[in-house]
Design a protein around this ligand. Structure first.
Ligand SMILES: *[C@@H]1O[C@H](CO)[C@@H](O)[C@H](O)[C@H]1NC(C)=O
Ligand SMILES: *[C@@H]1O[C@H](CO)[C@@H](O)[C@H](O)[C@H]1NC(C)=O
Ligand SMILES: *[C@@H]1O[C@H](CO)[C@@H](O)[C@H](O)[C@H]1NC(C)=O
Ligand SMILES: *[C@@H]1O[C@H](CO)[C@@H](O)[C@H](O)[C@H]1NC(C)=O
Ligand SMILES: *[C@@H]1O[C@H](CO)[C@@H](O)[C@H](O)[C@H]1NC(C)=O
Ligand SMILES: *[C@@H]1O[C@H](CO)[C@@H](O)[C@H](O)[C@H]1NC(C)=O
Length: 263
């Protein structure tokens, strides 16, 4: 029951994310292994001999109604919801990507829904590596390369912005291939790898890459106290030694005087 609610919520969530393209078809992106529910896009009322079909890639029948049937290839993973004629697809795999049509067949055929379904895997986390760090007039310049599954991008970054200097670049929205972007936010260089259904990132803190001038001074200050305490220690040793020498010579002097007087 809980799972059903989950998938229903997911379906609703995804349907709100649907992006309409110029044509009659609607693109739907789904994470591999998830469920989706495709609704009819016009008001459907079945009359007399009317039968509704959901079809895949124009030729494969998925489900039909009335006489509620799920066709062989889709048994156990597709279902027509009788109340609103929507199609529930479960545990989607990459092979399920393609065109889904709902057709009402009677005296003639009427198309009542068209979706382009794209099933995508979760993106792999990218790896951000530092190529070089340089400082020009106190401004830090970090060159990084970010590698995703199949692509890489090289960017040159300072503390506020990154600009791409190498690697592939693509238009974001039109691509179904995972996209890499490198930018600076919250004091970190961030590489984000994303597709329409998931994202992952790798980050590096800028302060750890390029310590500021004041940071270096602090490092020096931090190092000097031990040196200071060392000399204090030395001073003590010298003072004690000098004291000891004075005392010994005093004792010797007294001893010699004593001998001189009474010897
Ligand atoms: C369905 O059609 C899409 C786009 O035309 C194609 O990429 C995909 O391979 C087809 N799927 C099957 C199982 O035929
Ligand atoms: C660094 O600063 C000096 C003087 O402030 C200036 O002449 C020089 O052009 C600067 N160099 C760069 C690379 O900005
Ligand atoms: C930063 O360093 C890279 C590599 O050393 C260099 O190609 C780039 O021009 C530098 N950027 C700036 C703003 O100095
Ligand atoms: C890498 O990209 C090429 C072409 O862009 C594609 O054919 C290939 O399947 C991709 N490999 C992976 C692992 O995504
Ligand atoms: C970072 O680099 C950009 C462009 O290279 C430049 O406009 C900006 O002033 C730089 N910011 C800092 C803090 O150096
Ligand atoms: C980076 O990924 C983590 C975990 O995957 C996420 O919590 C965080 O919001 C992401 N950061 C950015 C800037 O996308």
């Amino acid at each position: 029951h809980h799972l059903n609610t989950m998938s229903l919520l997911l379906g609703i969530g995804l349907l709100t994310c649907i992006t309409s393209s110029g044509s009659a078809e609607t693109s739907v992106f789904v994470l591999k292994g998830q469920d989706v529910r495709l609704n009819v896009q016009t008001n459907v009322q079945l009359k007399d001999v009317d039968v509704i079909f959901w079809k895949f890639n124009r030729s494969d029948n998925v489900v039909m109604y009335p006489r509620k049937v799920t066709f062989e290839r889709y048994r156990g993973r597709a279902e027509l919801i009788v109340g609103d004629f929507s199609l529930l697809l479960k545990n989607l795999q990459e092979e399920d990507s393609g065109l889904y049509d709902a057709v009402v067949s009677g005296i003639n055929d009427r198309n009542v829904a068209r979706y382009v379904l794209v099933v995508q895997e979760k993106v792999e986390p990218p790896v951000l590596t530092v190529n070089s760090v340089s400082s020009i007039n106190g401004t830090c310049n970090v060159t990084v390369t970010c590698r995703g599954q199949n692509t890489s991008v090289t960017s040159s970054c300072n503390s506020s912005t990154c600009s791409q200097v190498g690697g592939e670049s693509r238009g974001a929205e039109t691509s179904t291939v995972p996209l890499l972007s490198v930018y600076v936010a919250g004091g970190s260089i961030i590489c984000n790898h994303c597709n329409q259904v998931s994202w992952a990132n790798d980050t590096k803190e800028i302060v750890e890459l390029c310590p500021l001038k004041s940071g270096k001074t602090q490092t020096h200050k931090y190092l000097s106290p031990p040196a200071g305490s060392m000399s204090v220690c030395m001073l003590k040793i010298i003072l004690v030694s000098v004291g000891l020498v004075i005392m010994i010579s005093a004792v010797i002097t007294v001893h010699i005087r004593h001998r001189f007087h009474y010897g």
